[in-house]
Write a protein that binds this ligand. Sequence first.
Ligand SMILES: NCC(=O)CCC(=O)O
Ligand SMILES: [Mg+2]
Length: 352
Amino acid sequence: MAIKFGRPIEVRDTPVRDTTAPSLDLNVRMRRNRKSEWARRLVRENVLTTDDLIWPLFVADGVNRRTPVASMPGVDRISVDQSVRDAERAVKLDIPCIALFPYTEPSLRDENGSEALNANNLVCQSVRAIKKEFPDLGILCDVALDPFTSHGHDGLLHADGRILNDETVAILVQQALVQAEAGCDIIAPSDMMDGRVAAIRDGLDRAGFGDVQIMAYAAKYASAFYGPFRDAIGSAKTLTGDKRTYQMDSANSDEALREVELDIAEGADMVMVKPGLPYLDIVRRVKDTFAMPTFAYQVSGEYAMIAGAANNGWIDGERAMMESLVAFKRAGADGVLTYFAAAAAEKLKAGR
Ligand SMILES: NCC(=O)CCC(=O)O
Ligand SMILES: [Mg+2]
């Protein structure tokens, strides 16, 4: 049940006021430019288009299977064949790029995340199947070990509890190569290890993947808003401890600029800020400082808040979705990774 945006003007219960009453002596009235829909369209500063959207999909085992993710109403885990169908939907909706995340069977998870290097893992299968049918759709693959490790961390976990940086980077390079080999267009390291962008760029170039782009999760914060994503990829129950020794402290802003600067110097083609709405100030600073292609990830918890409230009839879900997405544009983002991508594109295409 959606809440209506106000009641029709005819059903107001107070009489129209006397328009001959004295008025304020104002020569500037901001409301003139808002007086009607055409006037609002004329002065609108930011617009969202389907070109701004990257659609994340969760790939799982099976055939012809779609399993709802309970904490992300409207989002499913889908089998590889279904990921091809969603790719088709993306193409029809003019969404330029999708992002793939695996739900790895618990029996395939281990300490070192070795399934990440399996050239036939779910993500690689899905990339190949999609590229075969839709070669012109962009595919982004996340690079990090969390969907594959038994402990749920993005890197190698030492017995003393540390997440090893340099040893992890060596594995991430291999993971990126396996994904590039499968046909992935954009490698997106989300692990927050130091030095991984340079190492991945070098690895890709040496292997002949000079055209594969890197979108660095450059300023990724340790956030409570990732909860539903961890349900979706099945790492919520297994994660031991938290990720604060590698993901950023939510209180910091200057540090984000240092992170982004390093990733650009290391060869990132595009940079990302994550989460999205709570970090729009970071998006703005990054865009203003570096003038790089800048993306934001409207993460699972942000999606769940809007979708959950809408399902309860507490907010108008469609309006909140569009309002949240244009907010990213206003903050300077060139695009948004969002679980709303298909719904928003449908609305944009229908011209609503
Ligand atoms: N590396 C990708 C994510 O961590 C996504 C988080 C989310 O959607 O909550
Ligand atoms: Mg970094």
